[in-house]
Design a protein around this ligand. Structure first.
Ligand SMILES: [Zn+2]
Length: 852
C-alpha cells in the first residue's frame, strides 16, 4: 500500500461570505487529498485545519489601515469571526502549502436561491457528486462588498431530499444518488430552507457505470481486435435528447472525422487511418450550453465579458489587458467610486504596477468590470465547465512561506511580497479552460490531472460496449490506467454545445471542445428589476453547425489529440523562461526540451549555449523500408521470427535478395506514453541482422544474427532498413549540415533571436552553409527556441508545427500548399512510431521537408 498526497481541498470554497447578523456561524476546513494505490477509485480526505495559520488583509482600506478590523478563524474549530464589514483577502498556510481566498463580511442577508434550474448527479453508494449552487443577496453596505454572492456549502441553507430512498444529502451539500432516474420526465428533487423561504430543485440520477451498448461505428477497420488498435470516441456534452441535436452531433462527428483523416494538413492521421477505430456515443443533457465558472459583466446583454476579461479594453496598444490589470491591482469595489486610482495603486505596494500601461479608457472599463447578478449553472450530463469560479482555488507551495509583514502596513519588501501573495486570488484560470466542474465531481472521486477511475466519465467509458452483437467491451480502452500503457487513452473528443470558445485536453482522459469561438456571453436577467439571476441565452439553437465551425473543431481536435500522443504545446504565451533555466531534468513531452537540461557544460548558468547531443529527437532515424511486427516475437538460437502484415512481405523478399542489413527496434513506451529518449538498453535496438527465410503467406520473417538479452519483442516493435547517405552515414530527422551547425554554434536555429518576448509566428532558421532549406523554411528540423507556452528556455524541433499553431494562418505559403497548421516532421514521426511504424518509410519519402 502506497499513500500519496495528491492535493489539498478547502471547504466550503475560497470565496466566502459571512454576515454579522442573520446566519449560523461559518465553519471552514482544510484537508489533504490522499491516494491509496490499493483503492484507486477514491481519495481519502484528511483534515488539517487545526495545524493551519490564517492571514487576513483588507485590500480596499486606505494604506496604513489594511491590517485593521480583520476577521479571524479559530484553527481549532474552523469558525470564522467577522469584525469590520468589507472585502478581505486571506491566506491559509499549512507548513509550506498555502491557498489564497476572499472573505466578504456583510451586515445582512435578505434572499437566497438555487443557482441551478435542475441538476444531474451520479448513482454512487458512497459519495455525493453534484453540489447545487446556492446564491444569496446581501444588504447594500457601501463597503465595496458584492450584493450577490455564492454561499454554496456554507451551511446556511438546510437541504433535504424529497425521497430519502432516492437521494441523500452528503457533506458540503452534495447530492448523493441512491436510485437511478429511469424516466427523465419524472425527476426526484431536494428542498432548501433558509430565511423562512423554501425552494425546490429537480434532481436526476444517472448510473454512469452501467453497461451500455452505445458505441456506434463511424469507421471501424477492426472491431474484434479493438484492444490492439487505436480507438477514438466522440461524445456530446450539452446536447439535448432531440432529433435536431442528434443530427447536429452526427454532422459534427462526420465532418471532423472526414477532415482529420482526409486532409493533408492533418497528416499523419490520414496515412494511419487503418490503425484507428472511430466510434461515437450519445448521452443527452438537460440543458444546452456549459456552466461558466467565471462571473460576467452586465454592461451588454449580448456581449457580457468574462471577469477578468482576457482582452484589450484600453485605448493604447501598450496598455494592460483587463486580465493583466486585474492580476496586479485586483477587482473593483462594488459601486467603485474612488478617485485618482493610479495614485492609489502606486501607493499600495503592488508588485510590478506600471502606471504607463494604464489609460483613462481602461480605468473606466475596470470600474465597470463587475455585475450585480450571477449566472445560473447549466445542467449538462458530464458536468464540464468553462474557466473557474473565483472560489475554486488550488493550493500552492512556497518555501519559505510568505507571512504577514512584521512592520505592518508600511512600505517594505515584506509587505509587497505579502500583497503579491494575496493578490494571487485575482489570477484565476483562463476562461477558455474547459474541465470537469468541481461542483459535479467530488474530491472523494476526482483530482485534476489524475486518472480518477471512480469519477463519472471514466466509469461511463468502462461500461460502454459496441452497439452490435457480440457487443465487444471496447469502452475499457478509454479508462485511464495508472499501471500500464493504454494506446487509446485520451483519444476521446467531447463536443460541447457552447458558443463561447473553449477547449482542453484534461487528465489524460479526453479533450473537450466547444462549437463556437466567441469570447463574450449572451445573457438575460430572469427579472430585469430584481437583477440577480442571470441566464445564458441560446444563440446556437436552431442554427445547424456551419462548415466553418466543423473546420475549427477538426483543427482543434487534431491538435488536442497531439497531447494524447504525449506532444506538448510548441506555442508561446508567457514572456521569459519560466523555470526552464534552472530545471535539472528534461520535460516528459517528447517534442519539448528545456535550457536547464540542455545547457552546454562549457557555458554554466546563466549561459544559454546548448549541447545538441542532449536533444532527444536529434538522431531519430529516417527509414527506407519498415514494418510493424503484429505479434510478440522471442529470440532463440541467434535468430528471431517476426510476424508482419503478409500483404507487404514482398518488399522484404526483395530486401533479402539485396542482402540488406535489417534493424529491429523494440516497442518501448512508458505507461504515461513517453517515447523519447528512445530506449538505449541492450537489445532495444538490434542492428546488422540478415533475413533468413520468409513465409510470404503468413508474413513470417526469420532474422539471423540476433544477440539480445530481451526475452521478447512486443507487438508494435518494428524492423527496418535505415536510410543511408551516399557516404554510408545514417540519415536522421535532422539534416547533416544542420546538425553540424548546431554542434558548432550550440545555439538554436531561430533567425529571430528575441527570446524575452512572446512570438506567435512560425520561426525561420538562420542561413546554414551548404544547407538548402525546404521551400517553407520554417519546416526545417533541428532545435528552435520558444515553446511549452514560454518565449524562451524551451526548445522544439521545428519552426512551425500543429502543436504551435494549428491554424497555420501566419504563413501564406503553407495555406497555398494545403499544408497549413501541419505537424512538424518530428511530431509526425512520433505519432507514426506509436500507431503504426510500418509507415516510417512512407513518412520519410513523402513528408520529409527537404532533400533526400
Ligand atoms: Zn512538432
Amino acid at each position: 500500500m502506497v499513500v500519496t498526497n495528491v492535493g489539498m481541498v478547502f471547504f466550503p470554497h475560497g470565496d466566502l461570505h459571512v454576515v454579522r447578523t442573520g446566519t449560523p456561524p461559518l465553519k471552514v476546513s482544510f484537508h489533504t487529498q490522499d491516494f491509496d494505490d490499493t483503492k484507486p477509485d477514491r481519495y481519502q480526505l484528511g483534515e488539517v485545519t487545526k495545524d493551519c495559520v490564517f492571514d487576513f488583509f483588507a485590500p480596499h482600506k486606505p494604506v496604513g489601515q489594511r491590517f485593521d478590523g480583520l476577521p479571524s478563524i479559530n484553527p481549532a474549530t474552523g469558525i470564522v469571526t467577522p469584525k469590520d464589514p468589507g472585502v478581505f483577502l486571506f491566506q491559509v498556510r499549512w507548513g509550506e502549502v498555502y491557498l489564497v481566498g476572499r472573505l466578504q463580511v456583510h451586515e445582512g442577508i435578505d434572499a437566497w436561491w438555487f443557482g441551478n434550474d435542475s441538476i444531474t448527479t451520479a448513482l454512487d453508494s458512497e459519495f455525493g457528486h453534484a453540489q447545487p449552487s446556492l446564491y444569496a443577496r446581501f444588504t447594500d453596505d457601501a463597503t465595496g462588498v458584492d450584493r450577490i454572492g455564492d454561499i454554496t456549502g456554507h451551511g446556511y441553507v438546510t437541504l433535504t431530499p424529497d425521497d430519502p430512498a432516492k437521494l441523500k444529502i452528503a457533506p458540503q451539500g452534495r447530492v448523493q444518488g441512491l436510485a437511478e432516474t429511469t424516466d427523465p420526465a419524472v425527476p426526484t428533487g431536494i428542498k432548501g430552507n433558509f430565511l423562512g423561504v423554501t425552494n425546490s430543485l429537480p434532481v436526476r440520477v444517472v448510473d454512469y457505470g452501467k453497461t451500455r451498448q452505445n458505441l456506434q461505428p463511424v469507421q471501424t477497420p477492426d472491431v474484434a481486435q479493438a484492444d490492439g488498435m487505436v480507438n477514438i470516441l466522440f461524445i456530446p456534452e450539452g446536447f439535448q435528447d432531440t432529433d435536431t441535436d442528434r443530427a447536429a452531433f452526427d454532422l459534427i462527428v462526420a465532418g471532423t472525422v472526414r477532415d482529420l483523416f482526409d486532409k493533408p494538413r492533418h497528416q499523419p492521421y490520414a496515412m494511419l487511418e487503418a490503425g484507428f477505430n472511430i466510434f461515437k456515443a450519445y448521452l443527452p443533457s438537460r440543458d444546452h450550453y456549459l456552466t461558466c465558472g467565471f462571473r460576467i459583466t452586465d454592461d451588454d446583454f449580448n456581449k457580457a465579458k468574462p471577469i477578468p476579461f482576457n482582452g484589450r479594453l484600453g485605448s493604447e496598444k501598450t496598455s494592460y489587458t483587463m486580465q493583466e490589470l486585474v492580476a496586479v491591482v485586483g477587482l473593483p469595489m462594488h459601486n467603485e467610486s474612488r478617485f485618482d486610482l493610479v495614485t492609489i495603486w502606486q501607493g499600495q505596494s503592488l508588485k510590478g504596477f506600471e502606471p504607463s500601461r494604464v489609460d483613462p479608457k481602461l480605468i473606466a472599463a475596470w470600474r465597470a468590470h463587475e455585475a450585480v447578478g450571477i449566472l445560473h449553472a447549466r445542467d449538462t450530463v458530464f458536468g464540464m465547465y468553462l474557466g473557474q469560479r473565483p472560489g475554486d482555488r488550488t493550493s500552492g507551495n512556497s518555501k519559505p512561506p510568505v507571512k504577514p509583514p512584521a512592520l505592518g502596513d508600511t512600505t517594505h519588501v515584506d509587505l509587497s511580497a505579502f500583497v503579491a501573495r494575496l493578490y494571487e486570488f485575482y489570477s484565476p484560470d483562463a476562461t477558455r479552460l474547459l474541465t470537469p466542474d468541481p461542483r459535479r465531481n467530488p474530491p472523494e472521486r476526482y483530482s485534476a490531472g489524475r486518472e480518477n477511475p471512480g469519477a463519472a466519465l471514466p466509469r461511463y467509458f468502462g461500461g460502454s460496449q459496441y452497439a452490435f452483437a457480440p457487443f465487444h467491451p471496447i469502452g475499457k480502452n478509454w479508462v485511464p490506467d495508472t499501471t500500464k500503457f493504454t494506446p487509446s487513452r485520451g483519444l476521446v473528443a467531447m463536443i460541447c454545445y457552447e458558443d463561447v470558445d473553449g477547449g482542453t485536453n484534461f487528465d489524460g482522459t479526453a479533450t473537450a471542445q466547444t462549437m463556437g469561438s466567441v469570447r463574450t456571453v449572451a445573457f438575460t436577467y430572469a427579472d430585469v428589476v430584481d437583477k440577480r439571476e442571470m441566464r445564458r441565452r441560446d444563440p446556437l439553437t436552431g442554427v445547424p453547425p456551419t462548415a466553418a465551425a466543423v473546420l475549427e473543431i477538426a483543427n482543434t481536435v487534431a491538435h488536442e489529440f497531439g497531447h494524447s500522443f504525449n506532444l506538448g504545446d510548441e506555442y508561446e504565451d508567457f514572456e521569459g523562461d519560466g523555470t526552464a533555466a534552472t530545471a535539472t531534468g528534461d520535460l516528459t513531452d517528447d517534442n519539448l526540451s528545456v535550457l536547464g537540461f540542455l545547457r552546454d557544460p562549457g557555458s554554466p548558468a546563466p549561459g544559454r549555449l546548448i549541447d545538441p547531443a542532449k536533444v532527444k529527437w536529434l538522431d531519430l532515424h529516417r527509414m527506407l523500408l519498415s514494418a510493424k511486427i503484429t505479434a510478440p516475437a522471442r529470440p532463440a538460437g541467434g535468430a528471431i521470427t517476426v510476424t508482419i502484415d503478409p500483404r507487404y512481405s514482398g518488399k522484404w523478399v526483395q530486401a533479402q535478395r539485396d542482402g540488406a542489413e535489417i534493424w529491429l527496434r523494440n516497442f518501448s513506451i512508458t505507461k504515461d506514453g513517453v517515447q523519447l529518449p528512445l530506449a538505449k538498453g541492450q537489445g532495444e535496438l538490434l542492428t546488422g541482422l540478415k533475413i533468413g527465410t520468409i513465409d510470404t503467406t503468413a508474413g513470417k520473417i526469420t532474422l539471423s544474427g540476433v544477440v539480445s538479452p530481451l526475452a521478447e519483442y512486443r507487438a508494435g516493435s518494428f524492423l527496418y532498413i535505415p536510410l543511408k547517405a551516399p557516404d554510408g552515414g545514417l540519415v536522421s530527422v535532422v539534416d547533416k549540415k544542420v546538425k553540424e551547425s548546431l554542434f558548432l554554434t550550440k545555439t538554436p536555429l531561430n533567425r529571430d533571436t528575441v527570446f524575452g518576448k512572446v512570438r506567435k509566428e512560425d520561426d525561420e532558421p538562420v542561413d546554414i552553409t551548404g544547407f538548402a532549406p525546404p521551400c517553407n523554411s520554417s519546416k526545417t528540423v533541428g532545435v528552435f527556441e520558444g515553446g511549452g507556452t514560454f518565449s524562451g528556455g524551451h526548445y522544439r524541433p521545428a519552426g512551425s508545427c500543429k502543436m504551435r499553431n494549428h491554424y497555420g494562418t501566419a504563413n501564406v505559403w503553407t495555406e497555398i500548399s494545403q499544408d497549413a497548421g501541419a505537424f512538424c516532421y518530428v511530431c509526425k514521426w512520433l505519432i507514426v512510431n506509436r500507431v503504426d511504424p510500418s509507415y516510417h518509410a512512407i513518412l520519410s519519402a513523402a513528408f520529409y521537408p527537404g532533400e533526400l
